[in-house]
Ligand binder design. Structure first.
Ligand code: DC
Length: 224
């Protein structure tokens, strides 16, 4: 993949660090594709919940995965087996189960394969998740790791939900995020890590625009 025409950008980081909103805006500014890999893990999780699949039953899980289609369109809508699940994958039941489901290697193999194919076929892409730089596109031209304090991430999540009319308690949000962080960073298969060549951005005291500008600037300098 040529760097100039088709930059590949990896963004990793813990839950609530603002990766999705930032990556989406960077993609718009650089006119490249954006892929939210967390949405894929969420869609698989939703299916295990809806189909009452016991995630310890690998045979049942294998059967389910073989019959599952996930699509993400340019409008950022997520489809599971042809049905729009964009809102359903952000509900508390999915939040509670998505990290345990993401630990399962069979699930990861399937999704990483799809993600790598999308990256290969795209004319430039920004992907965000937990293992993008370490596993999905280890040869990405740019690797960013977005972080923020737990308190700030909880506050942002609460604000985001409040804008949708949902009021959440800060301590509940913080403990849900902390518990997902713990599972995501300590699992055996491709845990959340900071790769050696990542640019780490602590966004705690930064505005959304400042984070976007920093990434766009780094990429623009690198593309010169
Ligand atoms: O980015 P998010 O909060 O929507 O991601 C939901 C979960 O999906 C996250 O807690 C862990 C998992 N995930 C993952 O294991 N690997 C990725 N590349 C993206 C998400």
């Amino acid at each position: 993949m040529s760097l100039k025409n088709y930059p590949q950008i990896a963004i990793d980081g813990p839950a609530g660090a603002g990766k999705s909103t930032v990556a989406r805006e960077v993609a718009r500014r650089l006119k490249i594709k954006y892929l939210d890999t967390g949405a894929m893990y969420r869609a698989i999780t939703l299916k295990t919940i809806r189909n009452k699949v016991n995630i310890d039953d690998l045979k049942a899980l294998e059967g389910m995965l073989a019959n599952t289609e996930i699509e993400l369109d340019e409008d950022k809508r997520v489809y599971l087996d042809g049905k729009d699940v964009t809102e359903a994958i952000r509900q508390p039941d999915v939040n509670a189960m998505v990290s345990p489901v993401s630990c399962i290697s069979m699930v990861r193999r399937r999704l990483v394969g799809i993600q790598q194919k999308i990256a290969d076929e795209s004319e430039g892409i920004i992907m965000e998740g937990r293992d993008i730089a370490s596993k999905v596109i280890p040869d990405a031209h740019f690797k960013f790791y977005l972080d923020a304090s737990l308190e700030e991430r909880a506050r942002r999540r609460m604000k985001e939900q409040l804008e949708k009319g949902i009021q959440l308690a800060e301590n509940k949000v913080a403990s849900e995020i902390a518990s997902r962080d713990k599972i995501d960073s300590s699992r055996d298969d491709s845990p959340l890590t900071v790769v050696d060549d990542a640019i780490v951005i602590d966004t705690t005291a930064m505005t959304f625009e400042e984070v976007v500008d920093k990434i766009v600037k780094e990429v623009s300098v690198g593309l010169r």
